[in-house]
Ligand binder design. Structure first.
Ligand SMILES: Cc1cc2nc3c(=O)[nH]c(=O)nc-3n(C[C@H](O)[C@H](O)[C@H](O)COP(=O)(O)OP(=O)(O)OC[C@H]3O[C@@H](n4cnc5c(N)ncnc54)[C@H](O)[C@@H]3O)c2cc1C
Length: 190
């Protein structure tokens, strides 16, 4: 790489672009990321209050897709700015199920993927470790049942009420794995 010319330029450093930029930089490449929105500081630019953040994080601009038969994309409330959708997503760290890759075979819907769950399983594990995902000791669905790097969040009374309702109906329920960490790590507050 010359002094002024990076190896890689990434346009849009949201959930995918930011991870890619970090991975490439750690592999020794010089990377520049551009984003249409601001780079917020999580220690001062966020309030734990939906109303005051409304309009700050949401990205409601018109979406345009290309091709001969462009799809009308609507205005999903994705995030605008460094971090993209992850600046205000729910934070569930769910894995796809094995059958999600074989919908044609299993349900006769869409097409089967050319890769299987097991091809990407090591990356799920890496992302969960890196993000210190907080989840239950035993997660009942899918191919991975835990444990997760950190314990689940404590449940509030609304969760207890939901669980009681599920028990009465004979339905299984559990806390989900979350990207929001349940206790501090060396470089991140809980
Ligand atoms: C409300 C909500 C809740 C969600 N909850 C979950 C959840 O619980 N668990 C989960 O796994 N996923 C969840 N998701 C989905 C997840 O957030 C997205 O799948 C993920 O962020 C997509 O990553 P991406 O990099 O493809 O796109 P994005 O994260 O949207 O990143 C796109 C980036 O590109 C930038 N950009 C766009 N146009 C330009 C341009 N012209 N020039 C420069 N930069 C540009 C944007 O500012 C943005 O930073 C949720 C999404 C939403 C909206």
């Amino acid at each position: 790489m010359s002094a002024n010319k990076p190896d890689i330029v990434i346009v849009g450093v949201g959930g995918a672009g930011a991870v890619l930029a970090a991975k490439l930089a750690r592999a020794g490449m010089s990377v520049i990321g551009f984003d249409a929105g601001p780079h917020r500081d999580s220690s001062k630019d966020f309030a734990s209050d939906e109303l005051s953040m409304f309009g700050e994080l949401f990205w409601l601009d018109e979406r345009i897709s290309a091709g001969r038969d462009p799809i009308e994309l609507g205005r999903p409330n994705s995030g605008r700015g460094v971090g993209g959708g992850t600046v205000h997503f729910v934070g569930y760290a769910l894995r796809f199920h094995e059958d999600d890759f074989r919908t044609k075979t299993v349900d006769d819907v869409g097409e089967d993927w050319p890769i299987s769950y097991w091809d990407i399983e090591p990356y799920y594990a890496e992302v969960e470790r890196f993000n210190q995902v907080s989840g239950p000791m035993f997660f009942p669905w899918g191919s991975y049942h835990g444990p997760y790097p950190k314990r689940s969040h404590f449940r509030a009374c609304m969760h207890e009420t939901f669980q009681l309702g599920c028990e009465r109906l004979g339905a299984r329920s559990t806390a989900g794995p979350m990207f929001i960490i349940s206790s501090p790590t060396r470089d991140r507050p809980a």
